[in-house]
Design a protein around this ligand. Structure first.
Ligand SMILES: *[C@@H]1O[C@H](CO)[C@@H](O)[C@H](O)[C@H]1NC(C)=O
Ligand SMILES: *[C@@H]1O[C@H](CO)[C@@H](O)[C@H](O)[C@H]1NC(C)=O
Ligand SMILES: *[C@@H]1O[C@H](CO)[C@@H](O)[C@H](O)[C@H]1NC(C)=O
Ligand SMILES: *[C@@H]1O[C@H](CO)[C@@H](O)[C@H](O)[C@H]1NC(C)=O
Length: 897
């Protein structure tokens, strides 16, 4: 309307100004001429208003108004036309935009197709190259025919036994699995010790052996034969071979576990017993060994087990790791020993009276000739008693002495017991006597948890022990605790460790972890409906990578190199030698050039190796590891529409292998629910019960190393997902994800508080949106202490904190936070404030409880955040960034509710 008025005004002015000007001009010239023509009548009527009378004036005004009306009508017509044209233009413009968008989309699609085609070609080429004949399973090796079978009475012939000349590998094919046959329990003389509890223990030991997964009942399928013999002396003579039907003439592949129950001071097998020759080629397992009887890499020292924690949760028996320094520097709670050594100890105590506790009356004297009388008298002193436990809990170090004057002894039952209890109570063992043979030392690196000193260093010991920094003390103690928990704590663990040590020795891979079945919610009669079509978010149209057919991660490719290459780490870094993982996050990448010189299969270097940003970068995964995909695991509970929306958003995500939806609700999905087709399978797993622990179950349908765990309502952009995946590929053993949290020290009351405030430092990445390796699903489900999973179920909370604890415990590293566009709301947090408070209270409690279970707080702080390279870098227009949307430039912050 405003413009209309303006136009009318202008028209009016345009009409009048020329008329007026004309009039004045002509009037001037008329006056000049004196005489002239008359003005047109209407003009003079119009202009000479003053000369007009009332009626005429009215008429003229009416006339003027008429003119004005007709002019404005014409103008309105024009304006309408103009508007019509403008609308047409804008419609056309919109169409043009749409067409452009469509063209872009098509081009993108074409690019994507081309990219995928290119990848498919590479994959095809690789498949052709790899087309080598598959090897069949190897035939078993022939039995040890060339080694003569010694007659039993060939004295000491077996003293030279080693794995080469006395072990028959043909019974243990490397491509098979390790197995053993168990003979019935043998008692050779039960009356010696007189400790009644013994038989109970040895029966338990026997039961545990007989429940082992590796037990076979068919002797022809067994690799080794296990005999548990309770014997405190040489009473095996002529007994064993006759009672053992699979002895095969020489006892090959037999393991004789000798045990003298109850009496911790038993010393059988220190000297070569009379019955040695009876043993043939059998291997001996014992806590007692003399130097000249022990056959290196053949016989085996077993850890103390009679006082092992019977079963269940070990952690509740163990003290926390901190403080590093305890009340006393060191204690010795043993028997009387060499006078010189004792004098030295007393001297140390005089120098530093409050640091040392020396008790020489806890065990029988160590001198050779006094042993026997001492046995009964002293056995109960300092045993099982609170004082002993208290002193160990209060001591940084615990001194264990080998008998100084009996140089034959390399291990005895009492030494093993002392080692066991020191580790249990977190008192770092200091063993005086370098000939000491700790248990399972062919696989366990004892230097990480105990100190072994020669007797002659006793005078320097005090000075040395005082010098240890807290960090070293805690490292010794932590390793001791980890080894204790994994290998010695319970009877079960001792048995497993013994079998695993043998298995490792002969180079057979452990049994694999069992994947859990994933029963489908849908079946033959109940089929999901398909959603016909849906529109993709236009923001997601950036080409981030090829869409490829499913490609599961290769599994079990290192069966035979594992027991050698990874032996040390499996036993001494991860403490997981008992089961094998299908793949490992700890594999070292090959040298960079290998993929260009003969080992190219699976690698997708960027631009074939030339490198690049933008398009070239998006086309290939690059990095140090071969191509791979990831699986999305989503836990859902009765939020069907939210879930459907989240699933739709996963349409055409590059490198996505599969989506596994963990259906936690007891109710089946609504039959009329329409499921989107997102280009990859969506597997909906029915669960037994509603538990947050289900999020981390190792389902068999998960076929990739990488798992992206997301909440059913999380909204991650595709570029965030792909970037997160690329970052995870470089940090395969860590949690890599988006929402960061930290644990804060409670300044008022001590202990930990869970904190979700913005912070420059974080220690946890929540699993509402995070990548992690599948092995952590096995560890979470099978290895993590029960108490933690129970706590998660009890509170229906904290499963994400539990995974952060587990992963940091395994790696001793913090998680990796990836930049994301928005701050995640607290995933899974209740909405109302009062509930919010209890939710936080529970999470504080979880951190403190998990700390108690682990004995320390494994989660670590980090100030590191992963941003895409070229993020915020000024680059010329013709160059492209790695991701088109740099993560900070998001136009709108969208909070997900
Ligand atoms: C068991 O040991 C005791 C004490 O050493 C001995 O007297 C007894 O004869 C032994 N019994 C057998 C069956 O060897
Ligand atoms: C299939 O699933 C539906 C819904 O859970 C169930 O009612 C039906 O019994 C199942 N049918 C078969 C054949 O298992
Ligand atoms: C490696 O071990 C796994 C699990 O035991 C087995 O399935 C696979 O066949 C083995 N691979 C070879 C080459 O023997
Ligand atoms: C988080 O920050 C808010 C505001 O700064 C503060 O009031 C609150 O106490 C903080 N919460 C925690 C757990 O530190």
């Amino acid at each position: 309307m405003k413009t209309f008025k303006l136009i009318a005004l202008v028209v009016f002015a345009l009409l009048f100004i020329p008329l007026l000007t004309h009039y004045y001009l002509t009037k001037v010239s008329d006056e000049g001429r004196g005489t002239g023509e008359e003005l047109p009548e209407w003009v003079s009527k119009l202009v000479d208003v003053d000369k007009l009378k009332g009626k005429e004036l009215k008429l003229r005004i009416e006339e003027l108004l008429r003119i004005k009306l007709s002019v404005s009508a014409e103008l309105r017509g024009l304006e309408a036309k103009r508007q019509k044209l403008q609308t047409e233009i804008s419609v056309l413009n919109r169409r043009l935009e749409e067409a452009k968008g469509e063209a872009g989309r098509r081009r993108n699609e074409l690019d994507r197709l081309q990219m995928s085609l290119q990848q498919a070609k590479v994959a095809e080429k690789e498949a052709m190259e790899r087309n080598t004949p598959r090897l069949g399973r190897p035939k078993p090796v022939p039995p040890l025919r060339y080694i003569p079978v010694y007659p039993y009475n060939a004295k000491l012939s077996n003293m030279y036994c080693d794995m080469d000349n006395c072990f028959d590998y043909s019974m243990c094919p490397v491509a098979g699995s390790f197995s053993f046959f168990l003979y019935p329990l043998m008692y050779t003389n039960r009356s010696v010790s007189g400790y009644s509890e013994t038989t109970v223990t040895i029966n338990q030991l026997y039961n545990i052996l007989s429940e082992s997964e590796q037990l076979v009942t068919d002797p022809l399928k067994a690799c080794i034969f296990v005999v548990v013999v309770e014997s405190c002396d040489d009473y095996m003579k002529n007994i064993i071979p006759q009672q053992l039907p699979h002895w095969s003439g020489d006892g090959r592949n037999h393991i004789i576990w000798l045990h003298c129950g109850g009496n911790p001071y038993d010393k059988s097998f220190i000297k070569p017993p009379e019955a040695t020759n009876v043993m043939g080629r059998a291997m001996i397992v014992s806590e007692n060994f003399g130097k000249f009887f022990f056959r290196r890499n053949f016989d085996m020292v077993v850890s103390h087990w009679e006082k092992a924690i019977p079963s269940g949760e070990v952690w509740s028996h163990l003290p926390p790791l901190v403080p590093a320094k305890r009340k006393y520097l060191a204690t010795y709670l043993g028997g009387e020993t060499d006078p010189e050594v004792q004098t030295e100890f007393l001297k140390i105590q005089q120098q530093d009276p409050f640091s040392f506790v020396f008790q020489f009356s806890c065990d029988p004297p160590m001198k050779r000739n006094e042993i026997d009388e001492g046995t009964k008298r002293l056995s109960s002193l300092c045993e099982n008693d609170l004082l002993r436990t208290r002193l160990l809990l209060d001591s940084t170090f615990s001194i264990i002495l080998l008998p100084p004057d009996n140089m034959d002894v390399v291990t005895t039952k009492i030494l093993q017991l002392r080692l066991y209890e020191s580790l249990k109570h977190g008192s770092i063992p200091v063993i005086i006597g370098t000939r000491f043979m700790p248990p399972f030392n062919e696989v366990i690196d004892w230097s990480k948890m105990i100190l072994i000193l020669p007797v002659s260093r006793i005078t320097e010991m005090h000075y040395m022990l005082k010098s240890f920094p807290d960090s070293d003390l805690l490292e010794f103690r932590k390793n001791g605790r980890l080894a204790f928990e994994s290998y010695f704590s319970s009877l079960q663990r001792v048995v497993e460790t013994l079998l695993a040590t043998f298995r490792t020795r002969i180079g057979i891979a452990p049994l694999p972890y069992i994947d859990l079945p994933s029963p489908n919610v849908f079946n033959d009669t109940f089929k999901p409906l398909k959603l016909d079509s849906f529109t993709q978010d236009p923001e997601e149209e950036e080409n981030l990578g090829p869409i490829e057919p499913p490609y599961p991660s290769p599994s079990f490719s290192s069966n035979f190199s594992l027991t050698s290459l990874q032996k040390y780490d499996l036993w001494n870094s991860h403490y997981q030698p008992f089961k094998s993982f299908p793949f490992s996050p700890w594999d070292q990448p090959m040298p960079s050039e290998a993929k260009f010189r003969g080992s190219s299969i699976g690698f997708r270097p960027i631009a074939g190796g030339a490198g690049g940003s933008g398009k070239e970068f998006s086309e290939s995964l690059g990095g140090n590891y071969p191509k791979e995909q990831f699986t999305v695991v989503m836990l859902t509970y009765e939020r069907e529409q939210v879930l459907m929306n989240s699933l739709q958003r996963l349409f055409a995500v590059p490198y996505l292998n599969k989506v596994v939806v963990v259906w936690n609700s007891p109710l089946m999905p609504a039959p009329d629910l329409k499921w989107p087709d997102i280009g990859v399978p969506i597997h909906v797993v029915r669960t037994e019960k509603n538990s947050l622990n289900n999020r981390f179950l190792p389902f068999d349908v998960i076929e990739t190393e990488a798992i992206l765990s997301i909440d059913d309502d999380a909204h991650l952009r595709h570029d965030e997902i792909v970037f997160g995946f690329r970052v995870w590929r470089e940090n395969r053993d860590r949690i890599v994800g988006f929402p960061g949290r930290f644990h804060a020290w409670d300044l008022n009351y001590g202990g930990w508080l869970y904190n979700s405030n913005y912070s420059c430092e974080l220690s946890m990445v929540l699993t509402g949106a995070a990548f992690y390796h599948k092995i952590y699903s096995y560890l979470y489900t099978y290895e993590m202490p029960h108490a933690i999973r129970d706590k998660v179920d009890e509170l229906m909370n904290c499963e994400d904190i539990a995974l952060n604890f587990l992963v940091s415990h395994m790696t001793q590293k913090p998680p990796v936070k990836v930049t994301s566009r928005w701050t995640f709301r607290c995933p899974g947090c209740p909405v109302t404030l009062s509930e919010d408070d209890s939710h936080f209270q529970e999470r504080h409690h979880c951190i403190n409880f998990f700390t108690k279970v682990y004995g320390y707080t494994p989660i670590r702080y980090t100030q590191f955040r992963a941003d895409s390279i070229l993020f915020k870098t000024r680059i010329p227009h013709d160059k492209q960034k790695c991701f088109n949307h740099s993560f900070i430039q998001y136009r709108h912050q969208r909070l997900n509710l």
